[in-house]
Ligand binder design. Structure first.
Ligand code: ADP
Ligand code: MG
Length: 695
């Protein structure tokens, strides 16, 4: 009999959260910490010392021997360096110590993280500083302290710092709007984020036999299995025993860390699954999602499985994404994207909606760039994920309201009437419409927006930084205008009407997967940045630099550093894939095909001695030989392509990898996959798609 899990008891038990702090800190220290959080001021050293002491006691009771400043370098994953608590007492013994200084500031030897040129070699050190708005936790016998990571000269070297800055900015501008609507009490507006995480699970033994999976996280080869996902028999289907063991374990670990894992189910592709948490504030959600990805991998290993977070582990079946549910709420929990019930609430909602629509239209390229990666290039625009064209889906009801405002016409409410903002009530906008548009990259789902363009392995920080900053910008402009208006109601009506009319092109309620939409989007002048190579140059447009520097999210130097790192990462990933491709062809695929062909030749010769017919052997030998030659040639082409990457600029290299190296890899794959289909399975050097997906 398995033990019964007391979920409320274990939930958050490994987190030094507010409840634990209240319990473990003196009321003065707790109050001082609370004050720092609320006023965003730094912690006095004596307060930090008290907190550090309490943290250490709590953590050592939980078995921690070490502490680590946990940070999120620009690679998009997390980093940690562990120090033990031990301090020698001089008599050959030690005591466990942890000071406020060690809690608040760290200096990991982190010179090997990419800095996009932000750190010169003479000052390669990076520093970490505790983010007291995120809770410390215990994992694997270490006390984890969430931190920001920055350079000697103060430049942000991570994803957390700009996220925190963007959260503050959107809060500040949103509060200005709330004041205009008579809200005097809201101090902060909170960004809420709920990221749904897709992933694949494979048996470890099969994974270990594939060099491509081990080195690149995806299969570079593989003929389609006789069966794919056409029967839809996996989606929401019964969960395999080994997998459900994994999921149970995962939930328990996440709950202990205070992560609100809520929903788990099988996804569309075989071996694909999803975990959705209950939403939390953007900073906590971003930290949690990093932990979710890491714990998924570790937990899978315990169950003899491997968790693949790559966006496209297998050709011919769906890849994995992340749905980023995003909204704004007041500090008392009022969702600002809730259409509301009274004309006043409706009007306020329409202001936030208009700001969002305008922002997405104006900064569509920026948002697109934040989800650009080599892995995600396999999904966006491939008819399994939204296109690379940004548009917003509003649903029938809200769309009707928007159209009536724009056209000054009647809308189809319970009774037909004109829409006067601040006077009329909106029709009921259902949260869960059954016809919810699954093809939209950015859908309004009743009281939040769901951005569906993220790749499964990406940090959610990037796109949320963009959403927050864009929203801050537009709300700020609206506030500027409305604050100086003489007649608020007239100004409001004009502002919303005019904004919606000017930015209506970004609204699209139809099927995003069709060719017709691509053409229509082009007519509307929307960007269609098909690949990372197409998208990235837009990242550092003057418009985006102005936006992020105006709001203090990044300095121009910090922003350009991110750009460099994205370019670099793309080139490195494609290069590793191409090299792995060559390696597998030369050391595994060609030798296997050649061995099989040689054995067939011997068999045919032997049969001919007995005057036996060998039509099949001969036909196969011919086909195998033609494909082997073609594979050899294409592999030589790929090798030359890799050797000729332009060195003049990173932009050129990115374009070259996309235009020359990627197609050269595709050309290799065609022949390798044909050979797989022609060859006796016992000769084939790695597990096939059928082995992997239908184990
Ligand atoms: P689905 O998109 O799969 O139909 P739901 O609409 O129920 O699922 O919710 C998906 C995610 O959206 C969950 O993680 C949920 O916590 C999150 N979510 C719900 N409300 C909000 C909100 N106000 N802000 C951010 N995320 C939210
Ligand atoms: Mg969803």
């Amino acid at each position: 009999m398995s033990e019964i899990l007391n979920v409320p008891e274990i939930f958050g038990s490994d987190v030094f959260n507010e409840a634990t702090m209240r319990q473990r800190l003196s009321s003065e220290t707790f109050g001082a910490w609370k004050h720092c959080i609320e006023t965003a001021t730094s912690l006095p050293l004596d307060v930090a010392n008290d907190i550090a002491e309490a943290m250490k006691l709590w953590a050592t009771e939980k078995g921690a021997t070490h502490y680590t400043h946990w940070f999120q370098p620009m690679t998009g994953i997390t980093a940690e360096k562990h120090d033990s608590f031990i301090v020698p007492t001089g008599d050959g013994k030690v005591i466990m110590e942890f000071s406020g200084k060690e809690l608040v500031r760290g200096e990991p030897d982190a010179s090997s993280f990419p800095s996009g040129g932000l750190r010169a070699t003479f000052e390669a050190r990076g520093y970490t500083a505790w983010d007291p708005t995120a809770f410390a936790f215990v994992k694997d016998n270490s006390l984890y302290i969430p931190t920001c990571f920055f350079s000697y000269t103060g430049e942000a070297l991570d994803k957390k710092t700009p996220l925190l800055r963007s959260i503050d900015e959107v809060s500040r501008e949103a509060v200005r709007i709330l004041r205009l609507f008579g809200d005097k009490s809201t101090k902060r507006v909170i960004v809420s984020v709920g990221p749904e995480q897709e992933y694949f699970l494979l048996p470890k033994s099969l994974y270990a036999q594939r060099e491509d999976l081990r080195l690149t996280g995806r299969t570079l080869f593989g003929a389609p299995a006789p069966k794919g996902q056409e029967l839809d028999d996996h989606y929401f289907g019964a969960i395999r025993t080994r997998v459900s063991g994994f999921m149970k374990d995962l939930d328990e670990q996440l709950w202990r860390l205070g992560i609100l894992s809520k929903t788990k189910h099988n996804e569309a592709a075989p071996c694909q699954h999803e975990m959705a948490p209950i939403y939390d504030n953007a900073n906590a959600s971003s930290d949690s999602n990093q932990l979710v990805m890491e714990i998924m991998k570790k937990c899978a290993a315990k169950h003899n499985l491997v968790c693949l977070l790559h966006e496209k582990p297998f050709a011919h079946v769906n890849g994995s994404g992340k749905h980023n549910n995003w909204s704004l709420a007041t500090d008392s929990g009022k969702n600002l994207f809730n259409p509301g019930k009274t004309p006043r609430q409706n009007a306020q909602f329409l202001v936030f909606l208009a700001a969002f629509i305008k922002g997405i239209d104006e900064y569509q390229e920026f948002l697109r760039c934040t989800v650009a990666s080599a892995g995600n290039d396999h999904r966006l625009g491939a008819c399994e994920a939204p296109p690379a064209i940004l548009s917003i889906y509003l649903g029938d009801e809200l769309n009707a309201v928007v159209e009536s405002i724009i056209n000054g016409s009647q809308y189809e409410g319970p009774e037909k009437r004109m829409m006067r903002i601040g006077v009329d009530v909106l029709p009921n906008i259902p949260k869960d419409t059954t016809d919810r548009n699954r093809t939209s990259p950015l859908a309004f789902t009743g009281n939040k927006f769901e951005l569906r363009m993220l790749g499964s392995s990406q940090s959610v920080a990037g796109p949320n930084i963009a959403l927050n900053t864009i929203m801050a910008e537009e709300l700020g402009k609206f506030a500027d205008e409305l604050e100086k208006a003489e007649d608020f109601d007239t100004a409001l009506q004009e502002l919303v009407e005019c904004t919606l009319r000017q930015h209506q092109r970004i609204i699209f309620n139809g099927n995003n997967y069709t060719q017709a939409w691509e053409e229509e989007a082009q007519r509307r002048g929307l960007s269609n940045l098909r690949s990372t190579a197409d998208a990235l140059p837009h990242y550092i447009s003057q418009k985006n630099i102005d936006l992020v520097t105006k709001h203090g999210i990044y300095t121009e130097t910090e922003f350009r550093a991110r750009y460099e790192i994205h370019l670099d990462a793309y080139c490195k990933i494609i290069r590793i894939e191409a090299q792995t491709c060559v390696d597998m062809v030369q050391h595994q695929i060609l030798p296997a095909a050649m061995r099989y062909t040689a054995d067939l030749c011997n068999a045919a010769t032997a049969k001919e001695c007995h005057s036996a017919p060998c039509k099949a052997e001969k036909a196969l030998i011919t086909k195998l030989s033609v494909e082997t030659d073609a594979l050899f040639d294409r592999c030589e082409d790929l090798k030359s392509a890799i050797a000729l990457v332009p060195a003049a600029s990173k932009e050129e290299a990115v374009a070259y990898y996309r235009q020359v190296v990627v197609p050269a890899m595709d050309a290799v794959r065609v022949h390798a996959d044909t050979l797989e289909q022609l060859t006796d399975k016992s000769y084939w050097p790695y597990p096939t798609y059928s082995d992997l997906l239908f184990y």
